[in-house]
Ligand binder design. Structure first.
Ligand code: 5GP
Ligand code: ZN
Length: 115
């Protein structure tokens, strides 16, 4: 289930350290190393999926990750002010880590459209 050369599999299994906020049987949430907003948290499934194109068939992983993204936003106090969930898929979107993750961004006014 864990892929040897995958950075986020290594974070999920605590081989590489990260600042964790939440964790359950199927997902975990940790702070992005290079935050783009006051809150910038990554939520990942523990099971390796490359991106949403791959993960979308795994209803359990998708529901656990999305619920945890909501719970991170609540825990960071963003429910009322608002926040953005981002998932980059493939090269045109700039995906750089090929283990599906949802970015939870908030704590400042976010621009639209994205770059
Ligand atoms: P992507 O570009 O694939 O959508 O997002 C990958 C994210 O992973 C980037 O925002 C990047 O800052 C973050 N990242 C890359 N390496 C690490 C790491 O070792 N630890 C943590 N916490 N975040 C990382
Ligand atoms: Zn992985």
């Amino acid at each position: 289930m864990s892929h040897d050369n995958c950075l986020f599999c290594k974070i999920a299994t605590k081989v590489i350290p990260a600042t964790f906020l939440l964790e359950d049987e199927h997902a975990c949430a940790f702070r992005d190393l290079n935050p783009m907003a006051p809150t910038h948290v990554l939520v990942i499934p523990k099971k390796h999926h490359v991106n949403i194109d791959d993960a979308a068939d795994d209803a359990l992983a998708v529901s656990c990750v999305m619920r945890m993204a909501r719970d991170v936003a609540r825990a960071e106090g963003l429910k009322d002010s608002g926040y953005r969930l981002v998932m980059n898929s493939g090269s045109d979107a700039g995906q750089s880590v090929f283990h599906w993750h949802v970015h939870v961004l908030g704590g400042r006014q976010l621009g639209w459209p994205p770059g």
